[in-house]
Design a protein around this ligand. Sequence first.
Ligand code: ATP
Ligand code: LTN
Length: 340
Amino acid sequence: MTEPANMEDRKKVIFSAIQPSGTITLGNYLGALKNWINLQDEFDCIYALADLHTITVRQDPASFRRNTLEAYALLLACGIDPKKSIFFVQSHVPTHAQMAWILDCYTQFGELQRMTQFKDKSAKHPENVNAGLFTYPPLMAADILLYQADLVPVGIDQKQHLELTRTIAERFNGIYGQTFTVPDAYIPKQGAKIMSLQDPTKKMSKSDENTNAYIAMLDKPEDIMRKFKRAVTDSEACVRYAEGKDGVNNLMSIYSCVTGKTYEQIENEFAGKGYGEFKAAVGEAVVEHLRPIRERFDDYMKNRDYLEQCWTEGAEKAYSISIRTLRKAMKKIGFLPMKR
Ligand code: ATP
Ligand code: LTN
């Protein structure tokens, strides 16, 4: 590829991915996906469903296939535009697994042992502490470095993995000369961490056993309203953002993300009103925000041919970019090249 005459003219490259490991939650959406959509005009965006990462936890084949299909349709429905961005399924692009093996060999055992997600997930699934769970971060580094990404929009829980990606890239560049762009994390100010509705000291997680703890993007309006009504708050009965008011802070943060109102505006709106009214307002705002997404999702799910065409084209585009970086890295390491 010829480089633009003026490198300043090159749009920054964004890469991010999400695992199709279950129902996508409001936390995923506000912490990550909403940001992805907004970045599409300003940057060259590449997005993936990280299904290779998903099998680090045992999956039922039929559910896994359905979750991946639904996640693809849902992300399109949220506003990922395949005309503007590249949107593919990680397992469709073989360079990811190849690059992951290479990066495994440039990652230290001790570095992987320190990863919080590894410690959490191995505690949660003690019967299946597999090697993939351990080498999850170099696969994630491969995802990012293959596209020479400048910025990686993720929720704050992924910051440690991003730092390790930077370390791996710098180490490789240090040995072989400039090969990979060293990426920066791009963490949203608001919505970076949406908390559980049942225990607002824990993050909202799609793998929570208590389904009242999270809002799934495809939850029915009545379920969304019920979950917000049951959300844990405190006994002060005053809608204000303050330390120690984790439940209320979380609801304010959600309300602010979906309405665009500031905390001050929200405090004024609910001055002298009880939590009942506040929770109902948050529920309604979320229902209204999700309604058009849900409708578009239903349409995409009726059009399997279109979905297949999108992910096939996405994978072809992703392959043609990533193979260049893979070849470059392999050449530097000293692998014997093939004639092509
Ligand atoms: P699991 O429950 O299986 O750990 P998860 O809900 O944490 O999954 P991931 O697939 O690990 O979801 O994360 C996808 C993206 O969503 C990441 O960028 C992550 O930072 C972001 N994210 C996940 N949960 C939240 C949350 N509660 N608030 C904000 N962002 C989140
Ligand atoms: N580990 C990420 C998902 C993920 C990812 C990536 C995010 C896989 N590969 C590359 C950003 C860039 C998570 O969200 N749990």
